[in-house]
Design a protein around this ligand. Sequence first.
Ligand SMILES: C[S@@+](CC[C@H](N)C(=O)[O-])C[C@H]1O[C@@H](n2cnc3c(N)ncnc32)[C@H](O)[C@@H]1O
Length: 363
Amino acid sequence: MLGSAIAVAINAALKPLGLQIVRRQTIEALVGVHQQANSADSSRIDLESKRLEIESLRSTLDHLRQIIRERNDRINEHESTIISLQDNVARIQDIAQKATEYDKRLNPNLLEVEERYVFGTGSFLERDLHTHTFTNMELESARLLYSLVLLGRPRVVVETGTHQGYSATYAAQAMIDAKIAGHVWTIDPYDSSHLWENTNAARYVTWLQDISFNVMDQLPEVIDFLVLDSEHSFDTLSREVEMYEPRLRIGGTMFLHDTLVFPEMSPVILALRDSGRFEMITFDTPRTYRMIGKGCGVTVLIKKRSGDPVNSEPYRIRNQTPREYFANRNDDFSKMVLSNSVPFHLDTNIAISTMSNLTTDDV
Ligand SMILES: C[S@@+](CC[C@H](N)C(=O)[O-])C[C@H]1O[C@@H](n2cnc3c(N)ncnc32)[C@H](O)[C@@H]1O
């Protein structure tokens, strides 16, 4: 259109001179090229300004991330100074004891399982009431977990080793009771019905059906409370610690089950201790199955600072069966455990007879 108008105007100007040298099509083609060149220029400019805009947004984002990191570090430092296991053993024990006073409103599926709990051996009877099973952690350890969740108020609990979800449901129950806006991620390839199902704990729990090494990208970046209760071998535990511990926030809790009965776990515990980055207590829990003198044990750690990855390789057990290793009480780990472990038993008579609730002071 424009080309044709220009051609008409130029030819009209040339006409008095007896000339008509400009063809409409030529002018139209020239105008088209000119317009294209202009629009190509402007889209180049648009792209360039978008690139600058994105760059500036990126650097603002980096800056904000840095501010958030520093702020979180300060909060974590603060929190880590107020959480101390040693100072709270009596309180932890007291809350675990009082958890039993919740019985009337405890998750009905937990209650059903606990009706078949055998105090002393720390086992659960199957529904046939004859066979004993030891796959759930024992009631005392589950209530220790409950107590620690109540006190620590974690928003993100991650557990390896779900089985029926006995411990995961306890963690969820603590969140419900203490009104914690948190969530439990629990990981196990084993397909089972779970104790949280069809209860109000269900919306607090996500089960990832896989082995613990495969799910890091499905978990939150920062973990407040880590329960490691999958396979108790050196290889699995050391790998889980290597993968999960860096995500545990400063002031966060690590809960390791069965540390007194599976000696293959000892090298990892020693490495965690020797890193100097944790406060650590081993609770001597009362399950007697397969025990040599002590209960099956729960080691609880509070992370004091970040640092180099935990390296357990130097402590790897060589040329000894776990039983031989455990029987040798002169080794470093056993000495540490013997001198540092804290008995952890619940008064079951009180548990059955009292029904008062926890006060707000307790949580
Ligand atoms: C002792 S049970 C867990 C009990 C559970 N924490 C409780 O107290 O209710 C151990 C579970 O770990 C699972 N397991 C073994 N290796 C695993 C791995 N690498 N990742 C995730 N789960 C694993 C097994 O399938 C088994 O169900």
